[in-house]
Design a protein around this ligand. Structure first.
Ligand code: NAD
Ligand code: UDX
Length: 463
């Protein structure tokens, strides 16, 4: 089947960038990205591509090139479904906040709504592609919804998980390590797989396009995220031991990373991993393992999350302890709020939990992040429901200027590894702070020697 029209349901951090790159690389395919969120679609259509809703280096240029040519953003979901031969489902699959599996299982209500909408609207055969991260065997549920339309339309379900990381999404999409496509082992399934392979083959070498059965593909995504997060929790666990023993986690990570069997990536000790994926996907994995009665498997992976929560809490406790056991009414400047650099995404950012802990101790938090708005910072804290919105607003203030955020502060906490922080005028920042002036570097980002020479009391992770 020669694909000429693609629809993607969900114009978020995955749907937007992924479809922009497909459109750029496949000018012969019309790509329409749809979403129920009118504000988000309007932002994707903003004449100035600097205002698209997702900040990713290089994305604005790709959108500028393809939008209006063969890339379209729309709220007309039915129309886009009807026209497309191939439909990506790229909606959110957050952790359930209610009912059975609350706090663990993935909430699949948005996925099911999409399946039902496709079933209702489709008049000819479609390939439906799971782009969202889903529990293993979700394709079965989607298929059973789609197979009950009674109008003779045939559907093929593929799993094509996305491996991009935020902040490097464009690069990851242009040069992926691999593309994974899972499908039915029948000949119809193979034809659907081939159709999607052909789309990616426009820019990805075919030897990097891996095809498997649906269940392997679904489970590989959860497994990849669990392995990546596990490395961070492992290195963070060792960071605590380093702090007790005089070893340095940066040196230990370098030493073990040079073992080609271990490799150097994802060994950076930090205040704890954040982002919308790692925690959600591991909790989901733990839930799935438990539901099959695999207690040891569940407990093994759950520890990755327990360690990460410990690392975040340890960071805030260390700030309180070092500031003479009280931060009440002290100004603590947060440099960074996003869950990593080069993104405006704050979902599950460690900064939120560290701030929440410090507000419990009545600290005044002054936030500067180059890409995160004051409104988002407050929304993130309000979402925790630890205290009222008014109380949060009384404790947290965002600044447009990092030097203002740090003025008169008792301490600075580095929560995100934005490159620009390295190049600040640290002497000027020091001169305008309360003394002793403390820096808690949750990303091991800054130059320790330079800061100590200026006069800062500097503490990093794992040394
Ligand atoms: P997101 O919240 O940024 O975007 C999802 C979008 O889907 C939202 O804009 C929402 O309005 C829309 N939506 C929900 N239900 C809809 C419906 N019925 N019809 C139309 N639109 C609907 O989420 P995201 O970060 O893009 O993640 C999407 C999926 O991709 C998740 O399953 C996630 O686990 C997975 N994933 C995310 C990343 C990442 O880095 N963010 C990476 C790989 C995989
Ligand atoms: C992750 C996966 O990397 C990606 O493949 C998947 O598609 C989605 O989930 P993402 O969450 O966007 O991507 O970013 P990632 O680079 O993985 O970072 C996640 C968190 O781990 C961030 O908070 C980051 O700061 C932290 N991290 C990462 C560390 O603390 N140390 C490291 O060595 C690497």
């Amino acid at each position: 089947m020669n694909i000429t029209k693609i629809c993607c349901i969900g114009a978020g951090y995955v749907g937007g960038p992924t479809m922009a790159v497909i459109a750029q690389k496949c000018p012969h395919i019309q790509v329409t990205v749809v979403d129920l969120n009118e504000e988000r679609i309007a932002a994707w259509n903003d004449p100035d591509t600097k205002n698209i809703p997702i900040y990713e280096p290089g994305l604005d240029a790709i959108v500028a090139e393809a939008r209006g040519r063969n890339l379209f953003f729309s709220t007309e979901v039915d129309k886009a479904i009807e026209e497309a031969q191939l439909i990506f489902i790229s909606v959110n699959t957050p952790t359930k906040t209610y009912g059975k599996g609350k706090g663990m299982a993935a909430d699949l209500k948005y996925i099911e709504l999409c399946a039902r909408q496709i079933a209702r609207v489709a008049k000819d055969n479609k390939i439906v592609v799971e782009k969202s991260t889903l529990p293993v065997r979700t394709a079965e549920a989607i298929k059973s919804i789609l197979d009950h339309t009674g109008n003779g339309v045939q559907f093929q379900i593929l799993s094509n998980p996305e491996f991009l990381a935020e902040g490097t999404a464009v690069q990851d999409l242009l040069q992926p390590d691999r593309i994974l496509i899972g499908g039915d082992t029948t000949s119809e399934g193979q034809k659907a797989i081939d159709a999607l392979v052909e789309v990616y083959a426009n820019w990805v070498p075919t030897e990097q396009i891996l095809t498997t059965n649906v269940w392997s593909s679904e489970l590989s995504k959860l497994t990849a995220n669990a392995f990546l997060a596990q490395r961070i929790s492992s290195v963070n666990a060792m960071s605590e031991l380093c702090e007790k023993t005089g070893a340095s986690i940066n040196e230990v990570a370098k030493a073990i990373g040079m073992d080609s069997r271990i490799g150097p990536k994802f060994l950076k000790a930090s205040v704890g991993f954040g982002g919308s994926c790692f925690q959600k996907d591991i909790l989901n994995l733990v839930y799935i393992a438990k539901s099959y009665g695999l207690h040891e498997v569940a407990v093994y992976w759950e520890q990755v999350i327990i360690m990460n929560d410990h690392q975040k809490r340890r960071f805030s406790s260390r700030i309180v302890q070092t500031l003479f056991n009280t931060v009440s009414d002290k100004k603590i400047a947060f440099l960074g709020w996003a869950f990593k650099k080069d993104t405006n995404d704050t979902r599950e950012s460690a900064a939120i939990y560290v701030a929440d802990d410090l507000i419990n101790e009545h600290a005044q938090i002054a936030v500067f992040d180059p890409k995160v708005s004051a409104k988002k910072v407050l929304n993130d804290l309000n979402y925790l429901e630890t205290r009222t919105a008014d109380q949060n607003a009384a404790y947290v203030l965002s600044f447009e200027n990092p030097y203002e955020a740090c003025k008169d502060a008792h301490a600075i906490a580095i929560l995100t590894e934005w490159d620009e922080f390295i190049h600040y005028d640290w002497q000027q920042i020091y001169d305008n702070m309360q003394k002793p002036a403390f820096i808690f570097d949750g990303r091991n980002l800054l130059n320790e020697e330079q800061l100590r020479t200026i006069g800062f009391v500097y503490q990093s992770i794992g040394s």
